[in-house]
Design a binder for this molecule. Structure first.
Ligand SMILES: Cc1ncc(COP(=O)(O)O)c(C=O)c1O
Length: 360
């Protein structure tokens, strides 16, 4: 008998999330990935030094501290909050998965502003939830009125700020209005907040329906280590913990969080370097004919091709030259748009040179 008769029917209908364009199977010489918002401005020798320190502390024969206690303690001290309000997972994707599982079952409403990070939708689909879509305004700001009205049918409201792939951070007052007026759990994904103007994190003290998400993957340059976390009301965090298996984060990763936060002054300087590089790259892109550039509060830039060439062709042409960037041109509101990660000055120059050549 075929497995398809036994497997969950709804799962057969979900398309798998693919990363083929980010991890090409064919060998491409001098490949530079500028498609996943990793942070190459964090210097590799600094991370190697930190890793070496951590390795000395780790005995791989032992299970890690359950519920990532070492990392939870370091994060709670860093943010000066109660450890009972912190949940750490194997990357933020893991945390997102657990969060959605906690609230969503068949036909539960999940409000997602679009365009945004796809995984909110994906995990909702996995739980057979019902996605409620609210489009951003034309200037990529939040449509507060529609959002508040529509949220009455939603258990969760996802807001990514700064938003991917548009790059903008939403107005603080708009988000506060949503938290105060929605009768739902409001989740603010602050994956890119270290490159932006403000954080909502301290407001988790004030609002018990607010959850803030963070990750070490982007600003801290630790995507391969897989550490993400959630901050919220302690009872809520305790309930989400029921969906987490006890040894969900390895010992190495937990100790690396401690080390990274000890070195926060170093990372902070590098966040500033990324912001400087981003602003330089925006100016350079603006000087290219046939391109419209959108403002960014993140470590990536969204831009639109307006000279008749298609974004997918541009992505492919750049790929042939060893530069991987994201075509976002098929997403509603983002017709002919591409997203590029801020790289090192050398990668950025190479990208600009190739883009100019392709567009000329
Ligand atoms: C907005 C947003 N949220 C969450 C994630 C997941 O991050 P992590 O690498 O910690 O799983 C990403 C990664 O691309 C992201 O862009």
């Amino acid at each position: 008998m075929s497995y398809t008769k036994r497997v969950r029917k709804d799962l057969l209908e979900i398309s798998p999330y693919r990363l083929d364009t980010d991890f090409p199977s064919e060998a491409i010489p001098n490949l530079v990935r500028m498609s996943l918002n990793e942070n190459p401005l964090i210097e590799k020798p600094k991370l190697t030094q930190m890793l070496k320190k951590v390795v000395a502390k780790v005995d791989p024969r032992d299970y890690p501290e359950p519920h990532a206690r070492i990392a939870v303690d370091a994060i709670s001290k860093f943010h000066k909050i109660d450890p009972l309000r912190v949940l750490v997972g194997n990357g933020l994707d893991d945390v997102l998965d657990r969060l959605v599982r906690t609230f969503v079952d068949k036909d539960s409403g999940v409000l997602v502003t679009e365009p945004t990070f796809f995984m909110y939708t994906y995990y909702t689909q996995l739980c057979q939830g019902k996605k409620i879509e609210v489009m951003l305004n034309n200037d990529f700001s939040l449509d507060i009125e529609t959002l508040i009205r529509t949220s009455k049918d939603a258990k969760l409201v996802f807001i990514c700020s700064p938003n991917s792939p548009t790059g903008n951070q939403f107005e603080r007052d708009d988000i506060i209005q949503i938290i105060e007026k929605c009768n739902s759990i409001v989740v603010i994904d602050e994956t890119y907040v270290d490159f932006a103007k403000y954080s909502m994190l301290e407001l988790t003290n004030k609002y018990d329906n607010l959850i803030v998400l963070r990750t070490f993957s982007k600003a801290y340059g630790l995507a391969g280590i897989r550490i993400g976390y959630l901050i919220g009301e302690s009872g809520l965090v305790d309930t989400i913990k029921k969906t987490v298996h006890p040894f969900n984060v390895g010992t190495l990763a937990q100790h690396l969080v401690v080390e990274a936060l000890k070195n926060h002054a170093y990372f902070k300087k590098r966040f500033k370097a990324v912001i400087k590089e981003r602003n330089w790259l925006i100016q350079e892109l603006k000087s290219i004919d046939g391109v419209t550039v959108f403002p960014s509060d993140a470590n990536f830039i969204l831009f639109k091709i307006i000279n008749g060439k298609s974004s997918s062709k541009i992505q492919n042409d750049l790929r042939r030259k060893g530069l991987l960037i994201k075509d976002r041109g098929k997403i509603p509101m983002l017709q002919n748009c591409l997203r590029v990660t801020v790289g090192t000055r050398a990668s950025n120059k190479r990208f600009l040179r190739e883009l100019r050549r392709i567009l000329s």
